[in-house]
Design a protein around this ligand. Structure first.
Ligand code: AHR
Length: 487
């Protein structure tokens, strides 16, 4: 077994890890909202006002900090007025992006805001720019946040909500370069500037306004946004990047060979290059970091599971996805100076989901468990962390890691990305007087996953590690993600 020397310098703080880096995304797509999160009040599945209790509990357990809704592509066809008032009389619409299903709008603004309250997370709305109007978006904000006496605030009261909600995050358009309107950045940036002028702060609410950012490596998009947007126009721009080595041949989540495993991990590692390059552009225009970078859609995207609706994007989730999640979250931690939020796509039953449901049953995926292992990083200070490393031919590192400090505890998360080789880490810890270490691990063969019949194939287990004279030692099995907590 090879030993890797590591060094953590807890005195060298490299950025603050906002909790929102561990954010999530829920869209009216397939079974994410309906069946996944919302089953309706009359359902035999335990619920609070129609919202699944098991899902609320699971989201709370990983301290979900923020949830984005209602899309995605759906957001640019969503008209918020269709989703308020008496459920029986809510307007129906066809979800043209996702399977052509009929959307009955029974999950709307009030239901989403209640979900966030129950979970204890912040709401992040994606406003309709593609097919909506400035007036529609401005009125949505007033409806949600205005405390005074106005027709919209009174309508909210008649619909059962006396006090306004806080609305911290507002996206102004989604993928304006694609399903959100196929715009050029030169055009979108003006559309954005117009929309944001009418997105007002009511009753002590302060909106954090998010402009649509680039798709993957569209650096021209970022350049244009940064040229034309000042901090008084926007708080952040949002990048989208999915881990898909070949869009024409995505493969199934749980069927892959060693080469495909490597290719996928290399593709996930590309997030580091993207963040570095977009940050370089942003640094030129905004050296003081006043405009944040958000990754409000990321994750793996495979072919749908056999015999499921192709428009529902339902996929399994294996240890391979857990490694992708660990690698990506370590990258986010390292870029936490510029990257202020990230949202995994998506929370339930869609793409790299946290949770899968089937009727009353709910399982936690390996990806969910990674968010559990990493939750101590939320609101911590990222600290310098180095390791000796090897890389495969495709550039995949043996070790992916990050460390943070919070409330007198030092957390190191480290993934062993190899398929067959254990690795021993021997980590010198400077700037922190570590007396104890506890470890938790997620490990299994790369194809291992949880099913409704066997929901505990991949779960977190206690692990062993030692700390002596400031040197931390731990053996990391192949295909594993470990959390080490030093106190
Ligand atoms: O997450 C699925 C879809 O991917 C979203 O609706 C869209 O924004 C992106 O293309």
């Amino acid at each position: 077994m090879k030993q890797y020397q590591m060094l953590i310098n807890a005195a060298d703080r490299t950025g603050h890890i906002r909790p929102e880096l561990y954010g999530h995304f829920s869209e009216h797509l397939g079974r994410c909202i309906y069946q996944g999160i919302y089953v309706g009040e009359d359902s035999p599945i335990p619920n609070i006002h129609g919202i699944r209790r098991d899902v609320i509990e699971a989201f709370r357990e990983i301290r979900m900090p923020v949830l984005r809704w209602p899309g995605g592509c759906f957001a640019d066809e969503y008209h918020w007025r269709d989703g308020i008032g008496e459920k029986a009389s809510r307007k129906r619409m066809v979800n043209t992006n996702w399977g052509g299903t009929v959307e009955d709008n029974s999950f709307g603004t009030h239901e989403f805001m209640e979900l966030c309250e129950l979970v204890g997370c912040k709401p992040y709305l994606a406003g309709n720019v593609g097919s909506g109007t400035v007036q529609e978006l401005a009125e949505w904000i007033e409806y949600i946040t205005f405390d005074g006496d106005s027709p919209l605030a009174n309508e909210r009261r008649r619909n059962g909500r006396e006090k306004p909600w806080k609305l911290p995050y507002l996206g102004i358009g989604n993928e304006a370069w694609g399903c959100g309107g196929n715009m050029r950045p030169e055009h979108y940036v003006d559309v954005y500037r117009r929309y944001q002028s009418f997105c007002k702060n009511f009753s002590g609410n302060t909106l954090y306004r998010v402009a649509c950012g680039p798709s993957a490596d569209d650096y021209h998009w970022t350049e244009t946004m940064m040229q034309e947007l000042k901090p008084w126009h926007t708080n952040a721009i949002a990048l989208h990047f999915y881990t898909v080595p070949d869009w024409n041949n995505k493969g199934l989540a749980a069927e892959f060979d060693d080469a495909q495993y490597e290719t996928l991990l290399a593709a996930a590692g590309y997030m580091d290059t993207l963040l570095t390059r977009h940050t370089e552009i942003m640094n030129r225009y905004d050296p003081d970091n006043r405009i944040g970078l958000i990754v409000d859609e990321w994750g793996t995207w495979y072919d749908v599971e056999p015999d499921t609706n192709p428009g529902f994007l339902y996929q399994q989730n294996t240890m391979r996805d857990a490694i992708v999640a660990a690698l990506t979250l370590n990258i986010f931690n390292r870029h936490s100076e510029r990257v202020v939020m990230a949202n995994l796509a998506q929370a339930v039953n869609v793409l790299q989901a946290l949770l899968l449901t089937e009727g009353a049953k709910m399982i936690k995926t390996p990806t969910y468990h990674v968010f559990d292992l990493y939750k101590a990083h939320q609101d911590g200070d990222a600290v310098y962390c180095f390791s000796e490393n090897d890389r495969s031919e495709k550039g995949v590192p043996v070790l992916s890691h990050s460390a943070s400090l919070k409330d007198g505890r030092l957390t190191l998360t480290v993934a062993n990305c190899t398929l067959r080789d254990s690795a021993e880490i021997c980590c010198t810890v400077a700037g922190f007087d570590a007396k104890t270490v506890t470890a938790r691990i997620l490990t299994n063969e790369a194809h291992a996953h949880n099913t409704f019949e066997e929901p505990e194939q991949v779960t977190i287990q206690p692990h062993t590690a030692s700390i002596e004279n400031g040197v931390l030692r731990c053996t990391l099995p192949p295909c594993s993600v470990t959390e080490l907590t030093l106190a």
